[in-house]
Design a protein around this ligand. Structure first.
Ligand code: NAD
Length: 467
């Protein structure tokens, strides 16, 4: 027990895993009908328990109700319903196109569940980042342990109540806790680990997984740049960037982290930010119910220190940059004229601070991006096909989104993944199903093939091994 969240006793953890494995062995989770029922239950959970979930999120970090419903619950429902609808198609065995000589071998790819899997999720979008991979695991026919984040104790406690209420407890279960509990979980063997969170812990997870040769999906973060083309409408770019940055007070893996804008356009872009900010939050964001809080004191202090160390010019006027440590409220801050050694360019910001770096050419912007680890997403505001082509061909990132921020996540049919420091392993709909599925290859050689195969048996005649 830690404060308001009851931690799972460490000594119970191995038995929880063993019980799920015993369930997996019975084969109950393989039935497509059974999987669909469980997936529909997740959609019901998200719909029926919306009030309780919104309340928990308000208590944890003042997450606005609108954001919980639109960005988390509606997403869970959409993904669950679509996965249930598509399940039969995804689970169908595939018959690859093979040479005529192998047709009679019946080459087949069976989609089989990996087994009993572990899903570790973070605090920033704790509902969708826990339930969305769970839908994938269920769709694939796996049993699963969910390990939500201790940083959102009300929500993680609620999940521990709701999962048994909606799902089959012999196949799915929540383990709550912090480092000791997670360390114990990671000592055990799993058939896949799906981790979402920061890169430092990802290395701990991947090292623990390696001891058992367990495959992992690592959904991480990073510094996602925004390139703004001189010819683009600065007001519109500013509005769309600021919206992406204000969601969840910037605590998003795909938040615009820093902006690369042509030097002569920097002030016009700043004026766009001022206009958008006044429209979004006429009285400032400090007490606005449509703007969330910072998750805990650690992150509040981390953001404050990062901002205070910055040598860039803090935009004043409408951006008052007020902070209230007691309530962990942190108004959006725009910092212009940031140079490459600034504290704001050291690590992922993960909060409502937005540095602007002025550049003199597209070449310089591309060089800036390529000098840093591959981001989770690259944003670019441009209508110029040549600029788009160059960014696609000359940079690397998990995804690339043109002319808006955050919105690529709304297209669940697209695979979502990092690359390099932003992680690996694809997710969303079909790609989540695939993450938890083993492709089991099969051939079935008929007796009638014996004459075609006879050359392989010793003693070998020279014509048997001519290339
Ligand atoms: P967090 O602190 O909640 O940690 C994530 C999980 O790791 C939690 O369940 C936590 O209990 C567990 N954990 C903590 N210490 C551990 C340890 N020593 N050993 C094993 N497990 C441990 O969340 P966070 O990491 O602060 O999340 C924010 C990060 O996640 C950001 O970097 C963000 O960009 C990234 N993120 C990525 C995605 C994505 O889909 N790519 C989505 C959301 C967040």
């Amino acid at each position: 027990m830690s404060g308001i969240l009851t931690y799972t006793p460490v000594e119970e953890i191995p038995k929880i895993r063993d019980d799920l494995r015993a369930t997996f062995k019975t084969g109950v989770t393989r039935s497509l009908e059974w999987r669909k029922r469980q997936i529909y239950q997740i959609a019901r959970l998200a719909q029926n328990e919306a009030e309780a979930i919104c309340d928990a999120m308000t208590r944890d970090f003042a997450k606005p109700r609108f954001e919980v419903i639109v960005a988390e619950l509606a997403g869970v429902v959409k993904i669950a319903l679509k996965s249930a609808e598509k399940l039969e198609e995804w689970a169908q065995p595939e018959r690859p196109d093979v040479p005529d000589s192998q047709r009679s071998w019946n080459p087949t790819i069976y989609k089989v569940p990996k087994g009993t899997v572990l899903i570790i999720s973070p605090w920033n979008y704790p509902v969708i980042l826990t339930l969305q991979p769970l839908v994938g695991a269920i769709a694939a026919g796996c049993c699963a342990v969910l390990k939500p984040s201790e940083a959102v104790p009300h929500l993680s406690g609620l999940l521990a109540e709701l999962v048994p209420k909606y799902l089959d407890t012999s196949a799915y279960c929540v383990i709550n806790g912090a480092v000791p509990e997670t360390t114990k979980i990671l000592e055990l063997q799993w058939d896949h680990i799906f981790y979402t969170g920061n890169g430092r812990i990802a290395r701990i997870v991947a090292s623990a997984a390696a001891k058992h040769l367990t495959p992992c999906s690592l959904e991480l973060g990073g510094k996602s740049p925004v390139v703004v083309d001189a010819a683009y409408d600065m007001e519109l770019a500013a509005k769309r960037i600021l919206w992406g940055k204000c969601n969840n007070a910037g605590q998003i893996c795909v938040a615009p982290d820093y902006i690369l804008v042509p030097r002569q356009k920097q002030d016009e872009l700043v004026r766009g930010f001022e206009k958008a900010y006044k429209t979004f939050f006429p009285n400032g964001a400090l007490d606005d119910a449509h703007y969330g809080g910072i998750v805990n004191d650690f992150h509040f202090k981390r953001l404050s220190a990062m901002l205070d160390r910055s040598q860039g010019e803090k935009v004043g006027g409408v951006f008052e940059g007020r902070r209230d440590p007691e309530r962990r409220r942190f108004e959006p801050v725009i910092v212009k004229g940031v140079d490459e050694n600034d504290s704001l360019l050291d690590e992922e910001i993960f909060g409502p601070v937005l540095p602007i770096v002025a550049v003199d050419s597209l070449d310089e912007a591309i060089g800036f991006i390529n000098a840093r680890p591959h981001p989770l997403v690259l944003y670019a505001f441009t209508e110029d096909p040549t600029v788009k082509e160059r960014l696609i061909n000359e940079t690397q990132s998990g995804g690339i989104a043109f002319n808006d921020t955050f919105q690529h996540l709304a297209v669940a049919e697209l695979p979502f993944s990092g690359i390099g420091e932003s992680g690996y392993g694809y997710q969303f709909l079909r790609y989540s199903f695939d993450a938890f599925t083993h492709l089991r290859s099969s051939v079935d050689i008929p007796k009638s093939e014996e004459s075609n195969l006879s050359l392989r048996y010793p003693p070998h005649k020279p014509e048997a091994y001519q290339v």
